[in-house]
Write a protein that binds this ligand. Structure first.
Ligand code: ADP
Ligand code: FRU
Length: 310
């Protein structure tokens, strides 16, 4: 299938890359020496306003791993969105096809990072930004991508988007087929529909626990009936590392790689997901993928923010 020019640039002139679909928001990250007590005031050690959101976070990690990566989502047409777009630009993440909305605000998370434990507590606010629709998705030239990852949200629309990719995949050459990955993160029943969509499916510890699973292995077996034939299922489990089920339903595990000093687990999961996508995209085995991804996520836990270059 021929590449159509998108925004004046033909895809044949750029490496076919990875598209990450989901949220990029504002994080107001408060780093405190301990978790605050209710109804007291407390000074924090540092506060930063930065871009967050699972899809945004995974995009900047992939960019730093040297991949051609594009972020696609909705953005509010307000000045504070500059924090989001400038950060994406700083890491070389394309975002020029994002859909802008007026009369709404940038989704904002107040994050409390407890320096003593590295834990992150997230309060979500400003829910006025409309979600991405499958009509928005139509503006993309699918021949520009070899891998499309969906942060699982707005399920009905994501199902339609994946349907469009399936139709595209049927019509294109074998070497142009797009791999789809999906994240099942939020503990909500309707998210179950996401399992059938991906060639690679990430299921979170929270979602697994919500369904009564006590370990990642139990969860992988329990959810294995919901995935496509020969799909891979991945389940990260914090300090215990991560498990994955390959196409033949064999289970693999990597332990975690704790940093010398645990500083901040915010976006450890997004870093892990980006690393998994990177490795599988490069054709690595699932075992090597899990090990590299736990190593990178562990490294992230030892730094503030997502600049993994240093
Ligand atoms: P999320 O951030 O989505 O809750 P997890 O807590 O499961 O995701 O973490 C994802 C990955 O990050 C884990 O598989 C592990 O490799 C790494 N990780 C998370 N917490 C720690 C930790 N305390 N020490 C070392 N690695 C960690
Ligand atoms: C971390 C994160 C934060 C954001 C929140 C959105 O995984 O993406 O950056 O505030 O989760 O759910």
């Amino acid at each position: 299938m021929a590449s159509q020019p998108v925004d004046g640039q033909s895809c044949s002139s750029v490496e076919q890359g990875i598209l990450i679909v989901g949220l990029a928001c504002l994080d107001i990250v408060n780093v405190a020496s301990r978790f605050p007590e209710e109804d007291q005031d407390m000074r924090v050690d540092s506060q930063r306003w930065c871009r967050g959101g699972n899809a945004g976070n995974s995009s900047v990690i992939l960019a730093q791993l040297g991949v051609s990566v594009e972020y696609f989502g909705t953005l509010a047409r307000v000045p504070v969105t500059d924090i989001v777009t400038q950060d994406l630009a700083r890491y070389g993440v394309l975002h020029n096809k994002c859909v802008y909305h007026t009369n709404c605000f940038t989704p904002t998370s107040i994050v409390i990072v407890n320096e003593a434990s590295g834990s992150r507590t997230i309060l979500h606010g400003n829910r006025s930004l409309p979600e991405l629709t499958s009509e928005d998705f139509d503006k993309l030239d699918l021949s520009c991508y070899k891998w499309i990852h969906f942060e699982g949200r707005n399920i009905t629309e994501v199902i339609k988007m994946v349907e469009k990719i399936r139709t595209y995949n049927k019509s294109c050459r074998r070497d142009e087929v797009i791999t789809v990955s999906v994240e099942v993160e939020k503990p909500r029943n309707e998210y179950q529909k996401l399992f059938a969509l991906g060639d690679v499916v990430f299921v979170s510890k929270d979602y697994a626990r919500y369904h009564g699973y006590k370990t990642a292995v139990e969860a992988l077996h329990g959810f294995s009936g919901l995935i496509k034939e020969r799909a891979q299922l991945i389940c990260a489990w914090g300090e215990e590392g991560a498990w994955g089920m390959d196409e033949d339903h064999h289970i693999h595990h990597s332990s975690a790689f704790p940093p010398d000093k645990l500083l901040e687990t915010l976006a450890a999961g997004d870093t892990f997901n980006a690393a998994v996508i990177f490795c599988l995209w490069k054709g690595k085995s699932l075992q090597d993928t899990l090990s590299f991804s736990c190593r990178l996520a562990g490294f992230k836990c030892g730094i503030q923010g997502l600049d993994i270059s240093g």
